[in-house]
Design a protein around this ligand. Structure first.
Ligand SMILES: Cc1cc2nc3c(=O)[nH]c(=O)nc-3n(C[C@H](O)[C@H](O)[C@H](O)COP(=O)(O)O)c2cc1C
Length: 182
């Protein structure tokens, strides 16, 4: 076994000026590269005692655990909807079908009549469930964790539904339908 060579200290003199250059992982480069990762599109909802029905378009949704059944997503710290999700005991993840593009645009906006379009019914904890989705996951909030400029939400799936409807797809800043199987 070889002994690793001693590493020089990162800054020999803590007071020396460190020249800054364009960071290798700037927010823009990170956003562009992450955009190459194709995702589905969801509308995530909750019911708030003060604000009523709350929801936003989100593509940070992902699978986390099968046993127990856990899913995750993240919300911007600056989002006006954070106070509602921060105290919600339940949320619903509505996975959009290909013909629900207009609803995705609507829930990515800041309009206050978002729920005037679409066929909505109350799910777990009153969180709105959208008809005609590719899939629906009704969740109890399992944990919330600050993670940089977002809050990471983990949900325990209490109920789910799925259809054979083709999903809406998001890639490199554009909406797509699902291509055929390879
Ligand atoms: C395709 C798509 C995916 C998005 N995914 C997220 C997300 O995962 N998390 C998030 O906080 N915002 C996401 N957004 C932005 C929110 O939908 C948008 O900020 C929000 O609806 C506007 O209200 P707010 O400014 O109060 O957050 C996404 C937008 C689009 C178009």
């Amino acid at each position: 076994m070889t002994t690793p060579a001693a590493q020089p200290p990162l800054a020999a003199d803590a007071t020396e000026t460190i020249e800054t250059t364009e960071p290798l992982v700037s927010p823009q480069r990170l956003r562009d590269a992450l955009g190459r990762f194709a995702t589905g599109v969801t509308i995530i909802t909750c019911l708030d005692p003060e604000f009523g029905r709350v929801g936003l378009t989100a593509n940070s949704f992902n699978a986390l655990s099968l046993d127990p059944p856990l899913v995750l997503w993240s919300l911007r710290q600056q989002s006006a909807q954070l106070p509602a999700f921060a105290r919600a005991e339940h949320f619903v993840v509505n996975v959009l079908a290909g013909d629900q593009l207009a609803l995705s645009r609507r829930f990515a906006s800041r309009r206050d009549d978002k729920f005037d379009e679409g066929d909505w019914l109350p799910g777990e904890g009153g969180a709105p469930v959208l008809a005609g989705c590719a899939a629906v996951f009704e969740c109890e909030t399992f944990s919330r964790q600050d993670a940089g400029d977002h809050v990471l939400f983990i949900g325990h799936v209490l109920a789910l539904a799925q259809t054979a409807l083709p999903p809406l797809v998001y890639h490199a800043g554009h909406y797509h339908g699902l291509g055929g199987a390879l």
